[in-house]
Design a protein around this ligand. Structure first.
Ligand code: PLP
Length: 723
């Protein structure tokens, strides 16, 4: 496959223009998402053509496709740029070689052990839109951190050619969804090859037929991601569409996708010559992994029970939500239809297998993917301290003979990939004041105490800059929409263009859904208006987030927020930023002053956007749910806690809203606007520093992945004592 900028291939003339001398590996670099979290690599692309870099939403492949030959020639002749380029290539080779890594030093596991990480979504970069939200971000961050630590991990997921939808909000605030077909040549994917060099295709039995899935490969440093795609000519039209969209289809499509992911994923790994020692199921979507693995083991001569025991020993399962709708469950008859071809030799064990998935969460027994994952995994975790406990309570019936204390469910709290989410402004401060090895050591809480030594002047200058980046981003987006679509003036206001650089800015961005209570802060509109419009000490709030396409309740919440943004009562101080994705998220978590979260406790299993914000010096203002129940230290942010009967939702909402207003009025506003003669808010910056200091070590993906390795992967890698 020829990849060097296709624009250089002049049709008919048979002239193939390569990159200028010395730049041959630039394309290779652009095709390894490792660049996206490596500061030198980012700087390298940025400095090639900064306006084009912004225009192409930081996608180097697209940029290299559009860049003029002069810019490349100029770079090739610039010794400073070339020196940086060579440094980056050296770093890339080191990252891929994975020698002297943390994993090698600590694990003593044989180097050929592989962990296969299955997930329905992966959020690695905005140019690869195969994610919807938090679950995908977690999977993406896990892979990146595994690469950094040298953990031998491969990811298995889907290549959705249409990805997740783009959000467009109409003038009256209704969310419209549009799907864009991926431009393959602008994306860092390549065909995955089998050991004999042919493109990998997995055959997946679905019902009475066989569906083929081609496998794509994404390079993520030392980690490789394998993505299944059913959109090939050999498949029937309806099967080609199976992997078209993430969470786009009906129940039946969803079930078939999950069979392709679990059964097809195991088969694809086998075709690729990979024999995982551990299977990590990120959420129940991939639980059909067990079906294919049990079948394979039975084919090798094991009994069903022995095969199940072996699968359990080597399977790790992470569950992500206490919300019932987040656990896929299907009628047995539907599953029976679609897995009909998947049994092979183990058809006689059908009843035993179905029993593994049987669960009644009210409304009769169903084939429940979470139950299946729980009964086929030896090691299970919830994603925060609190969520671990909630998970035990929810699923205790899975283990009727086990006491609560003995349940095989632990808590392993989420974390965020620091090089991905931390702004270079804050990273530079850490480098200067904690030392050039700060990234290596950032998961050591004692080491991070030195954050308190950062001078207020420097920290405030960075915070001001990050806020300016955010507002510039918002204005530029609004300007483009005004230019291209002539949207009405009120909508330009609602996009945040009147936001003021010196006003306390609160961010609220996440999926729009009922349990996250996005409208909580509007419970008393008059009190809120008074807070927002206070002269000289006002507040402004930025909202962003998508509602699931089928979630009309979520869409109504979004519409109400949008209407508030249009309402002059709030003085242009409410804004909605459309099409929340990784790119938007970066600007928001880094540029806001405060990060707000108001879920109905205990339904937020973890939440990770607040961690991203906190490590950038954007403290958390949240209900004490999810990660914040263990993250709040008393001086690194604020806990919203209205006292009311939690079973009375109306009363709880009202009490929480009152508590929220009081915190803003009595604590946030006075602290933020308390300035010295240079305009520096010293008391505020104490909270900012405590936020970075306390959250950076404890809620980083580094701490998280190390914990998965120590407490779940390595034990699962131990060979059984007796067969
Ligand atoms: C981090 C992130 C999320 C998850 O945010 P929560 O706080 O966990 O709800 C969702 N979407 C995007 C784009 C993100 O970056």
């Amino acid at each position: 496959m020829l990849r060097w900028p296709p624009h250089a291939r002049l049709s008919g003339l048979k002239v193939v223009v390569g990159p200028p001398e010395g730049l041959q590996r630039l394309d290779e670099l652009a095709h390894d998402l490792w660049w996206s979290w490596t500061p030198d690599a980012r700087a390298l692309f940025r400095s090639l053509d900064y306006p084009l870099w912004r225009l192409t939403a930081h996608n180097p492949i697209r940029m290299l496709d559009q860049i003029g030959p002069q810019a490349l020639t100029r770079a090739a002749g610039d010794p400073t740029w070339m020196a940086l380029f060579h440094r980056v290539l050296e770093q890339l080779d080191t990252a891929r070689a994975a020698r002297h890594t943390w994993f090698e030093r600590t694990s003593q596991a044989p180097a050929d052990k592989t962990i296969a990480y299955f997930s329905a979504e992966f959020a690695l970069h905005q140019s690869l839109p195969i994610y919807a939200g938090g679950l995908g971000v977690l999977a993406g961050d896990h892979c990146k951190e595994a690469s950094d630590l040298g953990v031998p991990l491969v990811g298995v997921g889907f290549m959705y050619p249409q990805g997740y939808f783009h959000q467009n909000v109409t003038g009256d605030g209704w969310q419209e969804e549009t799907y864009e077909t991926l431009r393959w040549k602008e994306t860092a994917i390549e065909p995955a090859l089998t050991p004999d060099g042919t493109p990998c295709v997995a055959a997946v039995p679905l019902g009475e037929r066989t569906v083929l899935a081609v496998v794509w490969r994404v390079r993520v440093g030392r980690v490789t991601l394998y993505l299944l795609d059913t959109n090939i000519e050999e498949n029937a039209p309806w099967d080609r569409d199976l992997s078209a969209r993430l969470y786009g289809g009906d129940r039946e499509t969803r079930l078939q996708q999950e069979i392709v992911l679990g059964v097809g994923g195991v088969r694809a790994l086998k075709a690729l010559g990979i024999q995982p020692a551990v299977y990590h199921l990120n959420e129940g979507h991939a639980a059909f992994v067990a079906l294919q693995r049990i079948r394979d083991l039975c084919t090798q001569g094991r009994t069903f029970d022995a095969a199940l025991a072996e699968v359990r020993r080597s399977t790790v399962f992470t569950t992500h939500t206490p919300v019932a709708a987040g656990h896929d469950a299907f009628p047995f008859s539907m599953v029976e239809t679609h897995v009909a071809g998947a049994w092979g030799e183990i058809g006689t064990f059908k009843d035993q297998f179905f029993a593994l998935a049987n669960h009644d969460s009210g409304g009769g027994p169903l084939f429940n993917m979470t139950a299946l994952a729980m009964r086929t995994a030896g090691s299970i975790n919830g994603v925060s301290q609190l969520h671990g406990e909630v998970t035990k309570q929810m699923w205790q019936s899975i283990w009727p003979d086990t006491s609560y204390e003995q349940l095989p469910v632990r808590s392993l709290t989420n974390g965020v990939h620091v090089p991905t989410w931390m702004s270079s402004e804050i990273a530079e401060l850490l480098e200067k004041h904690l030392g050039s090895d700060w990234l290596e050591r950032h998961d050591d809480p004692a080491f991070c105490d030195a954050v308190m030594n950062i001078p207020d002047e420097e920290l405030w200058a960075s915070r001001q800059l990050l806020r300016a980046f955010l507002f510039n981003f918002i204005r530029e987006r609004a300007r483009v929409r005004w230019t291209n679509e002539a949207i009405a003036a009120p909508r330009i206001v609602a996009a945040g263009t009147m936001f003021d650089h010196n006003t306390l800015t609160i961010g609220f961005a996440r999926r729009f859904t009922a349990y996250k209570r996005p409208e909580l802060i509007f419970s008393d509109p008059d009190r809120l208006a008074a807070i927002l419009n206070a002269r000289g000490k006002g507040v402004q709030i930025l909202f962003a987030g998508k509602a699931h396409p089928a979630d009309d309740v979520g869409k109504h919440h979004l519409q109400h927020i949008y209407q508030h943004a249009l309402d002059r009562k709030f003085g242009g101080r409410i804004a909605f930023v459309e099409d929340y994705d990784l790119h938007v998220a970066h600007f928001l978590v880094q540029g806001c002053d405060v990060w707000l979260n108001t879920p109905r406790k205990p339904l937020e299993a973890s939440g990770t956007s607040g961690m991203k914000a906190a490590i950038n010096g954007t403290p958390h203002l949240s209900i004490g749910d999810g990660w914040w129940a263990e993250g709040y230290t008393g001086n690194n942010g604020w806990v919203i806690e209205g006292r009311a009967d939690a079973n009375d939702h109306g009363a709880q909402d009202w009490a929480d809203a009152q508590a929220l207003y009081s915190l803003i009025e009595e604590q946030l506003v006075p602290t933020f606007y308390d300035r010295d003669r240079q305009g520096i808010p010293h008391r505020w910056l104490q909270i900012v520093k405590q936020s970075i200091r306390s959250v950076l070590p404890r809620f980083s993906a580094r701490r998280m992945v190390k914990e998965y390795v120590r407490s779940m992967y390595l034990p699962a890698m131990q060979e059984p004592l007796a067969k």
